[in-house]
Design a protein around this ligand. Structure first.
Ligand code: EPU
Length: 419
C-alpha cells in the first residue's frame, strides 16, 4: 500500500503572512460539551483536522446530528440514542474520553473505552474517575471499558492531585448539570479550559474562575443552544514562530491571542528573535545568530509541553548548549532520535535533553512519532540542506490544519507525495 509522505527541500527563508486556525485542544472538549445541550450549538472557526473528524464520529455514534457550513459546525444532541463510545474511536484519539463527563451528566450513564498509553506516555485517567466518583457516580472498569452510572450527580469539592487539562474539562462538564455547587481545586489553567467554560456559560452554564486554580461550577438543570467562536491555536501559532526563526525569516502570524503565547515569546526573544505583539497577530524577525536557551515544560502559564519538540528543533540551530527539561510527559523525546539522524547533537539524560548547537542539519528520511514531534521534523527540514522525507504523517494531520499550503504560502518548499 502506498504511503503519503511530506517532503521538504530545505534552505528557503520564510516571509509573509500566515494564520493560525481554531485551536484543536479547545475545540475537542467543546464538541464533547455540546452533548450537554438541549438546543443547537453552532461552533465557529473549527479547524479541519483528523482529530475533529474522530470526535464528530463519536458524537454521531451517540445519536447527535452534525452538519457543516465551511468551518462552522452545527451540533444537535436532542435525540441521543447511546451512552457508549466504542474502542475503535477511542483508540484513534484519547480525547474521545472527554465525552464521559457530559454523557454521565446528561444520560446518567456512560460507557467509554479506557484509553491506552500513547507515544508520549502512559497518560492514565485516574483523576477523571476519582472526580466522577466524588460527584456521586459509581465507576467500574470492565473488559477495557470504563462504566459510570449515577442516579443524579451532586456537586462536590474536588482537589486534583495534579492540574490535568483533561480531568479539569471532564469534571467541569459533568458538574455543569449536577445538583448544587462544585469546586475544582488545583485545576488546570490553560486557555482551552477558559474557552470551554465560555462555551458552557454561553449555553446557560454557571462556571466562574476558569483560567485560575479554583473553578466554581453552580449546577443548572438544562442548557440551551449557543453560538461560539473557538480561540486560535496557540501551539500552531508558536510552531510558525519557530518556522520563521529556524529559517532566519520574517513572518506575521495572524489570528493569535498574544497573551496565550507569553512563555513561548519570552524564550524566543531570549534566543535572539525580535517579536512585536499586535492585537491579534505577532510579527517575528529572526535574521541574526540564535542563542541557546534552556526550557522546562510546565502547566500553563509555564512553557507548553506541546512546544517542546519544536523548540528542540530550533535549538539545533542555536549557538551553545541548551537544556530542555520535560516535566509533563515521561516519554516525549522521541523526536530527538530523528533530529539526530538529520545531524543534531542531542544527549538525553532522564527527563532532560542537552542540545549542542549550531549543527548543520541535513535532509534525511525521518518518521513522525507523534503530532508535535512531526512538526519538529518539518521545522528542522525547513532549515536543513537538501531534501527531508517525513513518514507517518497521519499523526501530523491530526493537529495542523492545511499545514502544507500554509507553509508553501510563505515560501517553504514543501509538498505531499505518495510513495
Ligand atoms: N495524568 C495523570 N492522571 C490523570 C490525568 C493525567 O497522571 O488522571 C498525567 C498525564 O499522564 C500527564 C499529565 O498528567 O503526565 C498531564 O496530562 P493532562 O491530563 O493535563 O493532559 P491531557 O488532557 O491528556 C492535553 C492536551 C495535550 C497536552 C496536555 C498537556 C488535549 C486534547 N490534549 O492532554 O495535547 O499535551 O493537555 O498540556 O487537550 C497535543 O496537542 O499534542 C497534546 C498531546
Amino acid at each position: 500500500m502506498s504511503e503519503t509522505l511530506i517532503s521538504v527541500e530545505g534552505g528557503c527563508r520564510l516571509s509573509g503572512k500566515i494564520a493560525a486556525s481554531g485551536s484543536k485542544n479547545a475545540v475537542l472538549p467543546i464538541i464533547a460539551a455540546a452533548l450537554l445541550s438541549s438546543g443547537t450549538c453552532k461552533i465557529l472557526d473549527v479547524p479541519k483536522l483528523a482529530d475533529v473528524d474522530v470526535i464528530c464520529q463519536v458524537l454521531e455514534g451517540l445519536g447527535a446530528v452534525l452538519s457543516w457550513q465551511d468551518k462552522e459546525l452545527h451540533i444537535k444532541t436532542t435525540g441521543l440514542s447511546s451512552y457508549e463510545a466504542p474502542e475503535e474511536l477511542v483508540s484513534k484519539m484519547r480525547a474521545s474520553f472527554l465525552v464521559m463527563g457530559p454523557l454521565l451528566a446528561r444520560m446518567g450513564k456512560a460507557k467509554v473505552s479506557l484509553p491506552g498509553g500513547c507515544a508520549i506516555g502512559a497518560r492514565p485517567v485516574a483523576l477523571h474517575i476519582k472526580g466522577f466518583e466524588a460527584l456521586g457516580a459509581s465507576v467500574r472498569t470492565e473488559q477495557g471499558y470504563v462504566l459510570a452510572e449515577t442516579a443524579g450527580l451532586k456537586g462536590a469539592r474536588i482537589y486534583l492531585d495534579l492540574p490535568s487539562v483533561g480531568a479539569t474539562e471532564n469534571l467541569m462538564m459533568a458538574a455543569t448539570l449536577a445538583e448544587g455547587s462544585t469546586v475544582l481545586e488545583n485545576a488546570a489553567e490553560e486557555p482551552e479550559i477558559v474557552d470551554l467554560a465560555n462555551f458552557i456559560n454561553s449555553m446557560g452554564g454557571r462556571i466562574r474562575g476558569a483560567g485560575t486554580k479554583i473553578i466554581k461550577i453552580d449546577g443548572v438543570t438544562e442548557l440551551g443552544g449557543c453560538e461560539h467562536q473557538v480561540i486560535p491555536d496557540r501551539i500552531e501559532a508558536g510552531s510558525y514562530l519557530v518556522a520563521a526563526a529556524i529559517t532566519g525569516g520574517e513572518l506575521v502570524v495572524d489570528n493569535v491571542i498574544p497573551d496565550h503565547l507569553k512563555p513561548v515569546i519570552a524564550k524566543m526573544q531570549e534566543a535572539g528573535c525580535l517579536i512585536r505583539e499586535e492585537e491579534s497577530s505577532l510579527h517575528i524577525l529572526a535574521d541574526g545568530q540564535l542563542r541557546a536557551v534552556d526550557i522546562k515544560t510546565l502547566p500553563y502559564p509555564g512553557f507548553p509541553t506541546d512546544m517542546q519538540a519544536q523548540f528542540m528543533a530550533l535549538m539545533t540551530r542555536a549557538q551553545g548548549a541548551s537544556v530542555i527539561t520535560e516535566t509533563i510527559f515521561e516519554n516525549r523525546f522521541m523526536h530527538a532520535e530523528e533530529l539526530r539522524r538529520m545531524g543534531a547533537n542531542i544527549r538525553i539524560n532522564g527527563s532532560s535533553a542537552v542540545v549542542e548547537g549550531p549543527s548543520t542539519m541535513q535532509g534525511a528520511p525521518v518518521k513522525a512519532t507523534d503530532l508535535r514531534a512531526g512538526m519538529a521534523l518539518i521545522l528542522a527540514a525547513l532549515a536543513a540542506e537538501g531534501r527531508t522525507e517525513i513518514s507517518n504523517i497521519n499523526v501530523i494531520d491530526r493537529g495542523y490544519d492545511d499545514l502544507v499550503n500554509k507553509l508553501s504560502g510563505v515560501g517553504a518548499n514543501i509538498w505531499r507525495s505518495d510513495q
